[in-house]
Write a protein that binds this ligand. Structure first.
Ligand SMILES: *Cc1c(COP(=O)(O)O)cnc(C)c1O
Length: 361
């Protein structure tokens, strides 16, 4: 028997989709400075010239944005030494990943990724009807590349490498990644999520962009949300072989990237020197925070991103609650650990005060 409620039932795949939990903002507290260290945001305001560039686009808000993303693609093509048809943008690199999975995965296909890694992966994968195949991290919170390779089957369409890994921090070094990609079976696209690339120290000797020249199956994902500080405008992109980039573009929401975002991204690229200065300051702060946590007895993995991971295990929610009491919002993963963004030094100091006084695991 059918009923009018049948129309209200979405695809079965949605039943297996985990909920995305955004990092919480702090509750305002009288007389207590508060810090949001829960979403890996950049504590700096937009780069010089960005606000002005956005302001210049405002009188055109009655028009749709440039769907071809022409100005930005030209800049990025030049920057990465690729053609404009090897680029595909979206409202954040998470959107680009959604489009890629939509373009390549049928129900029943498999997507291999590390776990714990970025929580958007299982959501994006399950939404397509494909199956998420999570491969546990090593004891040092790194990708277990051998186990990921062993998890590849005939049904695997995509394998995701998150480097540096959110939320634990370690990166895959360039030579290891090149060797790995050479061993991944040819029917698998290798997505290299480089959301935190700019924070790596030292910078890797090559990135997904160079790797793809020898391995066309490699797709690099980049975002303006983290180091570039444009999280609020939603813009990211893929660098990929033309057939892959064009498949991603075909799945993208029309006009999904606003003119504000395009202008802000171009203006940011004009100020890369300022970016380098800010990134260097955040990396120095990351080292200071991690060293102090190690000193206090926390086994913090080698973070190459703008956050640190406290493997608090069973104490995770207690650590998060103590941080919140002190005015610092962090991102807990119950039973596993706490991810804390490296923010302004005063906020980092509050974290260090709390973490040093907590029982460590
Ligand atoms: C933040 C993040 C992204 C990008 O997010 P957008 O804001 O959608 O560009 C991608 N991958 C990882 C692992 C991230 O942490």
């Amino acid at each position: 028997m059918s009923s009018p409620h049948d129309a209200l039932v979405p695809r079965a795949a949605l039943g297996s989709v985990p909920v995305y939990r955004p990092g919480r903002p702090p509750a305002p507290r009288d007389g207590l400075a508060t810090y949001k260290l829960s979403s890996n945001e950049n504590p700096y305001p937009p780069l010089p010239g960005v606000v002005e560039a956005v302001r210049r686009t405002l009188p055109g808000l009655n028009r749709y944005p440039d769907m071809g993303v022409t100005g930005l693609y030209e800049r990025l093509a030049e920057r990465h030494g690729v053609r404009t048809d090897e680029l595909a943008s979206g409202a954040g690199s998470v959107a680009v990943l959604y489009h890629l999975l939509q373009a390549f995965c049928e129900p029943g296909d498999e997507v291999v990724h590390a776990w714990r890694s970025f929580e958007a992966y299982p959501i994006a994968i399950n939404l397509t009807g494909a199956r998420s195949v999570p491969v546990p991290l090593t004891e040092t919170a790194e990708h277990d590349l051998e186990a990921m390779l062993a998890a590849v089957t005939d049904r695997t369409r995509v394998l995701v490498v998150c480097t540096p890994n959110n939320p634990t921090g370690p990166a895959v070094d360039a030579a290891t990644l090149r060797d790995f990609v050479g061993r991944v079976p040819e029917h698998v696209l290798v997505v290299v999520d480089e959301a935190y690339l700019e924070f790596r120290d030292p910078a890797p000797t090559e990135t997904s962009v160079e790797l793809r020249r020898d391995h066309p199956r490699v797709v690099g994902l980049r975002t303006f949300s983290k180091a570039w500080g444009l999280a609020g405008l939603r813009i990211g992109y893929a660098v990929a072989a033309e057939p892959v980039a064009s498949a991603i573009r075909a799945c993208a929401l029309p006009f999904g990237v606003s003119d504000l975002a395009q202008a802000a991204a171009v203006a940011s690229l004009d100020h890369e020197a300022d970016l380098a200065e800010r990134v260097a300051a955040l990396v120095a702060e990351r080292t200071r925070v991690r060293d102090a946590l190690l000193e206090a007895g926390w086994a913090v993995p080698d973070s190459q991103a703008n956050f640190v991971w406290l493997p608090a295990g069973e104490a995770t929610l207690d650590v998060a609650a103590a941080c919140a009491d002190a005015g610092v919002m962090v991102r807990p993963f119950a039973g596993e650990g706490v991810r804390v963004t490296v923010g302004e030094p005063a906020g980092n100091d509050v974290l260090l005060g709390v973490a040093s006084s907590m029982a460590r695991v």
